[in-house]
Design a protein around this ligand. Structure first.
Ligand code: UD1
Length: 414
C-alpha cells in the first residue's frame, strides 16, 4: 500500500457489517435445522475462511454481495482441520454448535499468533461444565457429549470467544445455563439477537450475567448484522489525525462507547445523525491516556490506531495494553516514521512529535496495519506499507473508502 500523506479527510464513507459479530453468527447458523440469511456481511478474508470451515463440515455457505446464505442441512462432519484453524483462530467457534448438534467436535488446537499466546481454556471449561468430555490429542481438541446439560458457569475473566461459544452450545442444552462474568461486547449482544431470532431463549446479554434456557430445536432465520464499530472508530481516528471532517453512514455512537468519549476528549466533534456519524476535528489536539479493557472498557482492537493518533499529539500519552501480550509490534514501525514511543512493560509512553515522515514499514497484524495506514495519512511524504494483506482480514476495501474521503492511497503488487 502506498500512501501520500498530508491530505485532510473530507466527505462520506459507509461502515460495513461487523467482522467480529458475523463470524460467530455464521457458525451459530449450524444450530438450526433450516437455512439462514445473514445480511450486511462484509467482504473480508476472515468471512471467506469461515465459509471454507463451514464447507468442510458439509454445510452449504455462499456470499452474494452482502448477503450470506447458510444451509446446515448437510452438516455431518465435525472436524475443523489445522490448515484452517491456523489461518483463523475464530474457527474454534464451531465447537459449541457441533457439540450441541452432533454431540462431538474435533478442532485443531489454535497455536500462538502475532499478538501473543491465545489460550482457549475458558471455552473448554465452559463445555465441561455443560457435561462435555474434553481430550487433547495430537494437536487436536476432541469434545464429546451425549446431551449437554444447563449449568452455572463463572468465567475467570470475560472472554468474547468463550462467551460466544458456550452461549451457542447452551441454546440446545437441557435446562438453564447462567454465564457469570461473560463478555459484554456489542458483538455478543448481536450474536444473542441472531440466536433469539432462531428461537433461542436468552436474557441478560450485554450485562454481567447471561441466562440461556435450552430449547429442543432452532429454526433458520433472516438477520442483519450490526455495523463494525472498529472500522468506524478507525475511520474516525483517520479523520482526527488528518484534521478532517467526515460522515460515516451506518456508524452507531452507542457501540463506540468509550472510544467516542476519548475521541471527544482529544478534540473531535462527534455526533450521531439520522444517517450515521458526523465528525470534525477541532483546532486543539489533546493527549488522552487509554488502558485496554474488556467492554465497556477501551477495546484492544483500537489500541494501535490510538497510538498512531497520540504519536502526533503534543504532550505525553500512556497507552496500556492489558488484554494481549506482545501487541506493540506497530511501535517500532511508527518509530521508523519519526514517532517517539518507548515501551515499558505493558505500557507505551508516547511523546507527541510535530511531524511524522513517510517511510517503508511492515504490517504485522490486522490492527497494526490499520495503525500504519492512519499514521501514513498524516505523515509528510510517501509511506510504503508491506504485508498489507493483514488488512483484508478485517477491513473491506479500506483504500477505496479512504480514497473516497480524499486520501491518496493505492495498492500495488508487492
Ligand atoms: C476477540 C476478537 C478480537 C479481540 C478480542 C478482545 C473475534 C473474532 N476476535 O478475540 O478481535 O481482540 O476479542 O476484545 O471476535 N483468554 C483466556 N482463555 C480463554 C480465552 C481467552 O485466558 O479461553 C484470555 C485471552 O488470552 C485474552 C482475554 O482472555 O487475554 C480476552 O480474550 P477473548 O475475549 O477470548 O478474545 P477472542 O475472543 O479470541
Amino acid at each position: 500500500m502506498i500512501v501520500e500523506g498530508g491530505r485532510r479527510l473530507k466527505g462520506e464513507a459507509e461502515i460495513g457489517g461487523s467482522k467480529n459479530a458475523v463470524l460467530p453468527i455464521m457458525v451459530a447458523a449450524l444450530l438450526a435445522k433450516g437455512a439462514s440469511v445473514v445480511r450486511g456481511t462484509p467482504r473480508l478474508r476472515d468471512v471467506t475462511t469461515m465459509i471454507k470451515v463451514l464447507e468442510t463440515l458439509g454445510v452449504k455457505a455462499s456470499q452474494d454481495g452482502s448477503d450470506l446464505h447458510i444451509d446446515p442441512k448437510g452438516l455431518k462432519k465435525y472436524e475443523a482441520p489445522y490448515d484452517l484453524v491456523k489461518t483463523m483462530r475464530a474457527s474454534i467457534y464451531v465447537m459449541g454448535p457441533l457439540l450441541a448438534r452432533l454431540g462431538k467436535a474435533r478442532v485443531s488446537m489454535p497455536g500462538g499468533c502475532a499478538i501473543g499466546q491465545r489460550p482457549v481454556d475458558l471455552h473448554l471449561k465452559g463445555f465441561e461444565a455443560l457435561g462435555a468430555k474434553i481430550a487433547l490429542k495430537h494437536g487436536y481438541i476432541e469434545a464429546t457429549a451425549k446431551k449437554l446439560k444447563g449449568a452455572r458457569i463463572i468465567f475467570d475473566k470475560p472472554s468474547v470467544g468463550a462467551t460466544a461459544n458456550v452461549m451457542m452450545a447452551a441454546c440446545l442444552a437441557q435446562g438453564t445455563t447462567t454465564l457469570h462474568n461473560p463478555a459484554q461486547e456489542p458483538e455478543i449482544v448481536d450474536l444473542a439477537g441472531f440466536l433469539k431470532r432462531m428461537g433461542a431463549r436468552i436474557h441478560g446479554e450485554g450485562s454481567d450475567c447471561i441466562e440461556i434456557i435450552g430449547v429442543s430445536s432452532l429454526q433458520g432465520c433472516d438477520y442483519e448484522v450490526i455495523p463494525d464499530r472498529i472500522e468506524a472508530a478507525t475511520l474516525l481516528v483517520a479523520a482526527a489525525i488528518t484534521g478532517g471532517s467526515v460522515s460515516l453512514r451506518h456508524g452507531r455512537l452507542a457501540d463506540l462507547g468509550i472510544v467516542a468519549e476519548k475521541l471527544r476528549e482529544h478534540g473531535l466533534d462527534l455526533v450521531e445523525t439520522g444517517r450515521g456519524l458526523k465528525a470534525s476535528m477541532g483546532k486543539r489536539r489533546r493527549p488522552v491516556h487509554i488502558t485496554t479493557m474488556p467492554h465497556p472498557g477501551f477495546p484492544t482492537d483500537m489500541q494501535a490506531q490510538w497510538m498512531a493518533l497520540m504519536a502526533l499529539t503534543p504532550g505525553t500519552t500512556v497507552v496500556t495494553e492489558t488484554i494481549w501480550e506482545n501487541r506493540f509490534m506497530h511501535v517500532s514501525e511508527l518509530d521508523r516514521m519519526g514517532a517517539d514511543i518507548k515501551i515499558q512493560g505493558n505500557s507505551a509512553v508516547v511523546s507527541g512529535v510535530k511531524k511524522l515522515f513517510g517511510a517503508p514499514v511492515m504490517a504485522s497484524d490486522l490492527r497494526a496495519s490499520a495503525a500504519l495506514v492512519v499514521a501514513a495519512l498524516a505523515a509528510k511524504g510517501s509511506t510504503e506499507i508491506t504485508r498489507i494483506y493483514h488488512l483484508d482480514r478485517g477491513y473491506e476495501r479500506l483504500e477505496d473508502k479512504l480514497s473516497a474521503l480524499g486520501a491518496r492511497i493505492r495498492r500495488v503488487p508487492e
